[in-house]
Every structure is written in structure tokens, then in C-alpha cells.
Design a protein around this ligand. Structure first.
Ligand SMILES: *Cc1c(COP(=O)(O)O)cnc(C)c1O
Length: 488
């Protein structure tokens, strides 16, 4: 037998990458993430007809992919909502990819994955009766949450939207604040509900959803014969990290028998900080919840999670018809057939809980991380990062040269450099320049957002490698660059 692809020598192959990976993830040596024009010629080509063999590919992986990688895990990186995975998550994903490569059929990954879901449910304080499913990320987790909401709204009027479509659900509506991540709108598009049917609710003076406006929107839509599908709460919106008043939102939703979905893709783990716990209400009031282990838990990217109150409703929402080749699926489910055979195990859960058929056992990385650091380890990280945002906030309040743009609930701090007598337009330009210079320099790399049309420097602390000293350095650098630029 011969095949063009190597299926041996895995020790040599992975060993060849390890020195570069170690250098990269410890940020030794100079940053070689140069502009695209510097390296694109090394890889840009048409489809090769004859392969070059694995050694040449390994060389390119080392010299281009690894060494040119953007340092999004550097301790000073606080941009967007992303970081590099921690060591054990990488090791777990490697083990999973090679030896336990399917969530549904290949054990022991399927059982570990199921257990990781249960650990997450316990960690975040949901009742044991809730179920969950790892997904590719927050986008899919939110899509699944809104999908169950659609099913719930349909069944309320004797329609099965998953089976029969949504044509007999008049004017579906999903309510969410203007700060809600746009993947929620896209979910409505995918689910046949229509992006335009998100009712964007304004914010109150505190920057969170305006409960009065929410109630009026729901009541007036019900009067007009619309079909309310879901109210969506933000457990940490992606711009400012503010948490909507989730308890009162849940009460309002349930008063009208509307599904309450919470998007905690970024900030869901924030519930572990006792100082902000109350803002989250109680998780047993959430009907579904999206959270991204690939953000604050620093699992490898590709690890989201949806948690849901009702496993049967979830299964009706994403039911997949059984095909001839997997007709044994029903009997395989819950490992009923032959408990003594390793081939008869799917783990707990069902394929009807998500979108993927073949899918990695993403939960192995989550299990490994939680096993390594425990509930205490992740809780300490959350508190430290919330402290980092508070530190930026305190220093911004205390300084004449800085302005705090949003008082943080969680680990996002938004602020800007200010100078007396400078116009709003000039302040926007000045802060944009400060950000550009920070990025060129590379020791503190935040990103930006707009708050009421004003350009804000936005730092989001989720990186296991960063602490208070990185927050301090960011503020020092903004002040130093701001002074220099405004003295020109
Ligand atoms: C990141 C994020 C999303 C999207 O999740 P992905 O994992 O990027 O698909 C949705 N909502 C919020 C609040 C987020 O932070």
C-alpha cells in the first residue's frame, strides 16, 4: 500500500515544530509578525499538482505560520476578545485530534466531552437539569439558543418550525439592546426569521438595556399580533463589557412566556466574580445561554458552548432525520446496545442538540483546562482581569489627561486621552493616532470602539498571561504617547 500522505513519524513532525512554538508562545526573540507583503511570496502559489512532501511543509509551518504569527497572546495584547490558548488546552487538542477524533462515536472523548459540559453547567451555577453542547464558537451557540427560542415560540401556537418552517409564525420578533453582537441578527437570518426582525432596544443612562423601552416594545408588538420569539440579554456586551439587568429581563420575558436567551460569549464567566454576581440574576432564570471557552477560559479557538433549560425542546429544534447508514444511531444513543463494546458508545447527549454531525470532542480541552486549574483557578483569573479593568478606570478617573468612557462591570475598560480645549473631532483623531502608535510599538496592544460617536481606546483583559502590571503599562503608554502627540 502506498499513499502520498505520511501516516508515520509523528514524533519527528511535531518535534520539528516545537522549538518554534515554544519561542512564539513565550514571546522570546523579536516580533516577526511583519506586514503581509514581507511573507506572502513565500506561500502564494496555485494548487500544486505534485506534492512537495512533508519536510517542506513542516519547514513552511515553522518559518511562515509559526514565526510570523500575530502575537494575540502577548501579555500586553488586550484587543478584541481573543487570546492564545494555554499549554494544556493545546496538548489536549493535539491528543484529541489524533486519538479521540469524533465527539459522537469515538470514546473516551465522547464521555469526557459530556463531563466537560456538566462541569461547565456546575461552574456557571446552572441547575443540573440543564443540558449543553460544545459548538464551534459563540456564533453557533447563539444560533442554537435562538433556534430553540424559535421552536418554543412555534409550539406555543401549535407550529413545529423545525419541521414545517416558519410561514405560519406571523412577524417574529427578537428583542435585544443596540449593543448586542451582530451574530444574533445573523442567527435570525439563518433561521428564516429575518435579520430585520431584531427589535433593537435603546440603552438607559447606565449603558445597559432600557427595561422600560423593552417592555413597551414587547407589549406593542403583542397588541399588533407579532410573534415574540426571544428576549436576548448581554452578559457582557462586546464593546463595553456591561451586563444587562438579566434578572429583571428574565422576569419580563417569562411574564409573556417569551424565551430568555443570554449571550455570555465573552462575559459569561464573569458570574464567577462575587462583586458582579447580582447583575447576572440567577442562571436558573435563563432558558438558554451562550458562552465561549475559547475566550476567557483560553481554550483553543473553535470552542463555544450552548447551555439550555430543556433538552427535549432543544432536540426537537435541531432534529436530524436518521439515515440508512446510521439507522443504528437510535439504539446507540445513551450506549444502550452493548455496554461491553467500545464501538457502541456515543457518550451522553444526542446529535439532535446541535448542527454538527462529525465534530471534534471540543470538550476534551475544556476538561483538561478545568482539571488543571480547577474552579478556583478560573475564578481567580476572572477577578484579576476585572481588577485590571477597574485599575484602568480608577487611573482614568484620577487623571486630568484621561477620560473614562464606560465604568466597567467586567474586564473591558474604555477610555481616552483628553486635552482641554480640543474639539471632539480632534480628540477622535488624537486617540486614533495613539492607538496606531501603540500597535506599532507592540508592548501594549488594545483595540478601539465608538461610544456615543466618540473614539475610545478599548482594553479587554482575558489573557491568562496578563495581570495588573499590564493594565498599568497600558495607561502609562497612552499618557506618554498622548503627551508627545499633543505637544507637536
Ligand atoms: C465573540 C462574541 C460572539 C461571537 O462568538 P464567536 O466565538 O466569535 O463566534 C458573540 N457575542 C459576544 C458577546 C461575543 O463576545
Amino acid at each position: 500500500m502506498s499513499d502520498a500522505a505520511s501516516t508515520s513519524d509523528i514524533e519527528e513532525a511535531i518535534g520539528a515544530l516545537l522549538p518554534g512554538l515554544a519561542e512564539f508562545i513565550e514571546y522570546r526573540g523579536p516580533d516577526r509578525a511583519t506586514p503581509r507583503s514581507d511573507w506572502i511570496d513565500l506561500i502564494d502559489e496555485r494548487l500544486p499538482q505534485a506534492g512537495v512532501g512533508s519536510d517542506e511543509v513542516l519547514r513552511l509551518l515553522s518559518e511562515v505560520v509559526i514565526s510570523r504569527g500575530l502575537r494575540t497572546g502577548h501579555p500586553g495584547f488586550t484587543g478584541w476578545v481573543t487570546t492564545s490558548p494555554t499549554t494544556i488546552g493545546v496538548a489536549a487538542n493535539l491528543a484529541q485530534t489524533v486519538a479521540s477524533s469524533q465527539r459522537w462515536w469515538v470514546h473516551p472523548g465522547n464521555d469526557i466531552d459530556s463531563m466537560a459540559v456538566e462541569w461547565m453547567i456546575e461552574l456557571l451555577g446552572f441547575p443540573e437539569t440543564y443540558v449543553g453542547q460544545f459548538t464551534s464558537g459563540g456564533s453557533t451557540a447563539n444560533l442554537i439558543g435562538i433556534g430553540v427560542a424559535r421552536q418554543h415560540a412555534g409550539e406555543r401556537i401549535d407550529v413545529d418550525p423545525s419541521k414545517d418552517g416558519v410561514s405560519s409564525m406571523p412577524n417574529p420578533r427578537v428583542y435585544a439592546s443596540v449593543q448586542t453582537h451582530h451574530v444574533v441578527g445573523r442567527s435570525l437570518g439563518v433561521l428564516g426569521l429575518g435579520r430585520e426582525n431584531v427589535q433593537s432596544i435603546p440603552l438607559d443612562d447606565s449603558g445597559r438595556i432600557d427595561l422600560g423601552a423593552l417592555r413597551s416594545a414587547v407589549e406593542s408588538d403583542i397588541r399588533d399580533g407579532c410573534t415574540p420569539v426571544a428576549i436576548v440579554g448581554n452578559a457582557g456586551d462586546v464593546n463595553t463589557g456591561l451586563v444587562d439587568p438579566l434578572g429583571p429581563m428574565a422576569d419580563l420575558a417569562h411574564e409573556f412566556d417569551i424565551w430568555f436567551h443570554v449571550d455570555g460569549a465573552y462575559g459569561g464567566f464573569g458570574i464567577l466574580d462575587p462583586r458582579v454576581r447580582e447583575q447576572f440574576g440567577h442562571p436558573d432564570a435563563y432558558d438558554s445561554f451562550a458562552v465561549d471557552p475559547h475566550k476567557w477560559l483560553a481554550a483553543p479557538v473553535g470552542t463555544g458552548l450552548v447551555i439550555c433549560r430543556d433538552g427535549d425542546l432543544l432536540a426537537r429544534s435541531f432534529a436530524v432525520e436518521t439515515g440508512a447508514y446510521d439507522r443504528e444511531r437510535e439504539s446507540l444513543e445513551f450506549n444502550k446496545r452493548d455496554p461491553d463494546s467500545p464501538w457502541e458508545s456515543t457518550g451522553r447527549g444526542t446529535l439532535d442538540w446541535g448542527l454538527d454531525f462529525s465534530t471534534p470532542a471540543r470538550g476534551i480541552a475544556v476538561w483538561a483546562i478545568l482539571k488543571e486549574i480547577g474552579a478556583v483557578g478560573i475564578k481567580d483569573r476572572i477577578v484579576r482581569h476585572n481588577d485590571s479593568a477597574r485599575l484602568v478606570a480608577e487611573r482614568s478617573r484620577a487623571s486630568q489627561e484621561l477620560e473614562l468612557m464606560a465604568d466597567p462591570d467586567l474586564s473591558i475598560a474604555c477610555f481616552r486621552y483628553v486635552r482641554d480645549g480640543t474639539s471632539e473631532a480632534d480628540l477622535n483623531d488624537l486617540n486614533e493616532e495613539i492607538l496606531a502608535e501603540l500597535r506599532r510599538k507592540g508592548s501594549s496592544v488594545p483595540s478601539s470602539t465608538l461610544i456615543d460617536g466618540q473614539f475610545a481606546i478599548r482594553a479587554c483583559f482575558i489573557n491568562p498571561r496578563s495581570g495588573l502590571e499590564d493594565a498599568d503599562r497600558l495607561v502609562d503608554e497612552v499618557v506618554a504617547i498622548g503627551r508627545r502627540l499633543s505637544e507637536r
